[in-house]
Design a protein around this ligand. Structure first.
Ligand SMILES: [Zn+2]
Length: 335
């Protein structure tokens, strides 16, 4: 049977009917709000390329976390801006480092809020890369590899060490984002050996070398000092490789998976959703946020509608959780 008996528009005739047949509705439980933490007190420093977002000192981040929890958002994702950067990113594994301080303070003030620690070296290294760079003198220097190449296994050791520090400070979830081979198994055994076997690992399993990260580097003050990240992050042309990456992370003991960025990789989200059982997150990255903000400022796009459509599409593609700079706005817009 077809037209004229069949008329799909019947189900779109009223908003009541539309509500009844809507397949995907964004839920507040799906949202994760990123926070950028810096040293100091009473600090709230505007991130110019991400309107409405600020780098916050720990006391201000606690207040922000409280308002995030009041809205019903279940989790925050912490990024740290260290006092000092060096070749190894030492502040990342310093118990007095900025993220451990923030994790501790937030868990104390808002225990029910899930604290996720982004686990990478790039915010802490003076060269801005996600681990130890191959130059004579660094731990694990390898003369067979080019100078400037990111050393995988020596970096793993730092990630294991820092993960334990962040978990001991109170982080519920460690989210390694550097795309190092073996990062999940290394972090899992480091946590387990330290008696942190209940700490969750959310793997940035399929993270692409993306141009959409531009504004974030402003926010986290972490642009690579030379070259790019294409010898560790994934090629935007590859989807089968994402499946391979996820298979490995599942084997290594990841509890949750992630695709980053989101909008340009909805097909990858869908393929991973169909193949794997683990909870899947998607990161709607800074560029996805800022380009809509910029267009909205010019009156070229309606921010609310564009943001909600984009978030809904990420959920429809199969993401259980969405990390988004619109987390707080989205909750208000859902009401
Ligand atoms: Zn990194």
């Amino acid at each position: 049977m077809g037209f004229p008996s069949v008329r799909p528009r019947r189900l779109r005739r009223t908003t009541g009917l539309q509500r009844m047949v809507r397949e995907t509705t964004l839920r507040v439980d799906q949202l994760i709000a990123p926070l950028f933490i810096r040293h100091g007190e009473g600090v709230s420093r505007k991130i110019v390329s991400m309107p409405g977002h600020n780098q916050l000192s720990v006391d201000m981040a606690v207040r922000e976390a409280e308002s995030i929890a009041e809205l019903g958002i279940p989790a925050v994702l912490l990024f740290g801006i260290p006092a000092k950067k060096d070749a190894l990113g030492s502040e990342n594994f310093d118990p007095e480092g900025i993220v451990p301080q923030a994790a501790y303070a937030i868990k104390k003030a808002v225990p029910e809020l899930v604290v996720i620690s982004d686990m990478c070296c790039c915010e802490y290294t003076d060269h801005g890369h996600c681990g130890i760079i191959n130059v004579p003198g660094v731990p694990g220097y390898d003369e067979r590899l080019a100078e400037g190449y990111l050393l995988n296994d020596p970096t793993l050791e730092l990630l294991g060490k820092a993960s334990v520090v962040h978990a001991q400070a109170g982080a519920d979830i460690i989210a390694p984002s550097g795309m190092m081979d073996g990062m999940i198994s290394t972090i899992r055994s480091a946590l387990d050996n330290a008696g942190m076997e209940h700490t969750v690992i959310m793997s940035y399993a399929a993270k692409y070398a993306s141009a959409f990260y531009g504004p974030f580097r402003d926010a986290a003050e972490s642009p690579p000092g030379f070259g790019d990240r294409s010898n560790y992050q994934m090629d935007p042309g590859n989807a089968r490789e994402a499946i391979r990456e996820v298979e490995l992370d599942v084997e290594e003991g990841a509890d949750m998976l992630m695709v980053k960025p989101a909008l340009a990789y909805l097909d990858v989200i869908r393929q991973l959703r169909d193949r794997f059982e683990l909870p899947l997150a998607a990161y709607q990255v800074s560029g996805e946020f800022s380009m809509v903000k910029a267009a909205a400022e010019r009156g070229w796009l309606d921010e609310q509608r564009t943001a909600m459509e984009s978030l809904t599409s990420i959920a429809r593609a199969g993401a259980d959780m969405i990390i988004t700079y619109w987390a707080k706005d989205a909750v208000k817009w859902m009401r």
